[in-house]
Ligand binder design. Structure first.
Ligand code: NAD
Length: 317
């Protein structure tokens, strides 16, 4: 019987390119896909993956009780890079190879783009112009400012490269700082509190873990410069939204560009929706055409590699 590759995530139809599907079927796999476009219930998810050799996963949760029932599973490809929805310990103990895709350029470009939109009033100008208003709000320049990157991994490092031409002072905080990578990109490593107190812009690029929950809260936001900006394209759990709201409302912070929220999808009662000094987006930072296209190919090639005794292209271990 042909081995199964399951694609249970709800956006698989639009995100996994035809070439990747063909690679897998040509290699002899049977594809089982979520065609509903809706998030699967836990029972539906189990039904789809219980006999699968490989899963291409979105942000749905893969906890130990579910994984225990998947005896055939050998590869799990995360169509993204966040792994907070995966029980990695369990996957490792089962001998499952876990791989990621490469989306660091897309997210870094998005973070920079949304920061510029915030400084340049992009959404406000657009909304006013569409109402027939000639509203010319004041704007700010990035040049000459200090930007602190919190989490100097793939995305943080790429953002530093993109920022090079803007004439900014670059700081970065990472408890596992790669000093060489920082030096190459003209970035000064510093402590977390120093980054908060010196930066005009704080951009978050670290994982969601129990230790990083509400990293940005009323105490840490209080340490930021008055009139600073916050960019979060990492994970919603990193920011206490109530504290962020208070700081944006009072003017302590000048603005925030937020792609990820404590509750997703964003609900109509989210307090941040009522503010003008925010640029909000629906957890979309990585969704460039290029990342999706290449991501599908990376998943397909990685699964074939695992089947043939190799490792995923971007392995987690
Ligand atoms: P990465 O693993 O390459 O880098 C993360 C870095 O954070 C590492 O260098 C790590 O040492 C550092 N780190 C860990 N704990 C830290 C802490 N307490 N303080 C500061 N730094 C810490 O990951 P990446 O690919 O650069 O992704 C970064 C974040 O972006 C992740 O949270 C990921 O989930 C998120 N992400 C979001 C989207 C989106 O669509 N919005 C897409 C991709 C990734």
């Amino acid at each position: 019987m042909a081995q199964i590759v399951a694609m249970p995530f709800r956006h698989q139809k639009s995100l996994i390119c035809d070439e990747a599907r063909k690679m897998l079927t040509d290699a002899g796999f049977t594809l089982v896909c979520n065609e509903s476009g809706a998030k699967l219930s836990e029972a539906e998810l189990l039904d789809m993956i219980k006999d699968a050799f490989a899963v291409i996963a979105g942000t749905e949760r893969y906890e130990a009780p579910l994984l225990s029932k998947c005896g055939e599973l050998r590869a799990l490809m995360r169509f993204g890079v966040g792994t907070d929805n995966l029980d990695l310990k369990k996957l490792r103990s089962m001998g499952v190879q876990v791989g990621l895709i490469a989306n660091h350029n897309a997210v870094a470009e998005f973070a920079l783009g949304q920061l510029l939109a915030l400084l340049k009033n992009g959404p406000r100008f657009d909304a006013a112009a569409r109402k027939g208003l000639w509203s010319r709000y004041p704007m700010f320049e990035l040049s000459g400012r200090t930007v602190a990157i919190i989490g100097f991994g793939r995305i943080g490092r790429r953002l530093a490269e993109l920022l090079k031409g803007f004439g900014v002072t670059l700081l970065a905080y990472d408890p596992y700082m790669d000093e060489e990578a920082a030096k190459e990109r003209g970035v000064a490593p510093c402590g977390f509190e120093e980054a908060l107190s010196r930066a005009d812009v704080i951009s978050l690029h670290l994982p969601s873990t129990p230790e990083t929950f509400h990293l940005m809260n009323s105490d840490t936001i209080a340490l930021m410069k008055d009139g600073a900006y916050l960019v979060n394209t990492a994970r919603g759990s990193l920011v206490d939204e109530k504290a962020l709201y208070a700081a944006l409302k009072s003017g302590k912070l000048a603005g925030a560009a937020i792609d990820v929220f404590e509750t997703e999808p964003l609900t109509a009662d989210n307090i941040l929706l009522g503010l003008e000094n925010t640029v909000l987006s629906p957890h979309a930072a990585a969704l460039s055409y290029e990342t999706n296209y290449n991501g599908g190919l990376i998943c397909a090639e990685s699964i074939i590699r695992v089947r043939d005794g190799g490792r995923p292209l971007y392995p987690l271990w």
